[in-house]
Design a protein around this ligand. Sequence first.
Ligand SMILES: Cc1cc2nc3c(=O)[nH]c(=O)nc-3n(C[C@H](O)[C@H](O)[C@H](O)COP(=O)(O)O)c2cc1C
Length: 418
Amino acid sequence: MSDEVRTAGADATGNRMARASATATAPSAWPSRRLRRIFCLDDFETAARRFLPRPLFGYVAGATENNVTLTDNRAVFDEIGLMPRVLVDVSARSQETTLFGRRYAAPFGIAPMGIAALMGYRGDLALARAASRANIVNVMSGSSLIRLEEVAAAAPESWFQIYVPNESPRVAALVDRIAAAGFETLVVTVDSSVVPNRENNVRAGFKTPLEPNLSLLWQGMIHPFWVFEVFLRTLIRHGMPCFENNQAEKGVPIVSRTVARDFSGRERFDWAELDRVRERWRGTLVLKGILNPEDARRAREHGADGIIVSNHGGRQLDGVPSPMRVLAAVKAAAGDMPVMIDSGFRRGTDILKALALGADYVFIGRPFNYAAAVAGEAGVDHAIALMMAELKADMGLIGINRLAEMGPEFLFGQGWWR
Ligand SMILES: Cc1cc2nc3c(=O)[nH]c(=O)nc-3n(C[C@H](O)[C@H](O)[C@H](O)COP(=O)(O)O)c2cc1C
């Protein structure tokens, strides 16, 4: 066991990246100290649970209603076994992949996550810069607290995600702003027409607007590192965080009473409205949140360039399946459009299983958010390096040199995915 851990931690590229970023961005040794005991993506969750005030950790970790979908997102990977080939020369392994004509260093990237700058200092920038350095995809969330222009300047190859507001003129202005900032890929999230029942957030003490109260004060007192490293540092240097990118113009502060109104109003978003977005946006258009193969087919008909099969990490409609369960059918319906996937991916073997079922790329959410929280940019570097090292080892053990070699013949089990 310790050998495996050492191997993962000893990946030359990874360690170089983590060291470079620690010196580039951190004035002290705290990021590397905090990362010493982090050997896989799940370890970031343990560390973040200690670092973040309970309402914030609950917001990131949480899902909806009975967590049926959240649970399925992990359970599905245990149902799919792997069947390796032996005595294969695997000394030439490469996890490089091509997506929309661009070469990436790995087949996984960072999913869009709202209010990331509340968990880690300048979270969106930390995620974008680390992804850019590693040459993997980062999708910036539209529900973010840092101006999109700033992230585009720091990491121009980032993708940008939007929720489409009800009124067409506001959509057009937002799309124009994103294009003017230099983003080339727009991700439109399509699984969020209404705000879901996140009673679990409320139980954890997370509400929008964030209400300063005694319980929040107490949480601050018992999580002083977050208070000083993230909250006060943000407040002093940049002022009270606002929703900067939900609309073409700056939105309201996170503590504003009108913040809920800013989030609502997506009920009328439909295929006709999507056509207007498609007409306006000249770049690559990706739809995120498709589960039904019929919707994949329609996405192609309506001009999407790619789709992300996703249940939003179990945060929208509880009871929908893991995207892995529908991946093969969606892929068949998607034609030649790239099919990407997210929700529940934590291991190199999870990624290999998705590639075997036809996925072109995998996105990972929460672990990168936790990584940015506990150790900023160095944390995200470390998370990327760990996953790259893990995937490289898994490729060797299963007996492949290129990701394109992964197919269903490497899977073992009941075979419901065929
Ligand atoms: C804290 C948090 C915030 C999120 N915010 C957004 C968002 O603003 N836009 C979006 O399309 N998806 C959002 N998502 C969903 C992620 O993009 C992604 O689909 C999901 O996290 C993948 O599941 P995983 O966290 O299990 O990897 C969010 C997820 C989390 C955990």
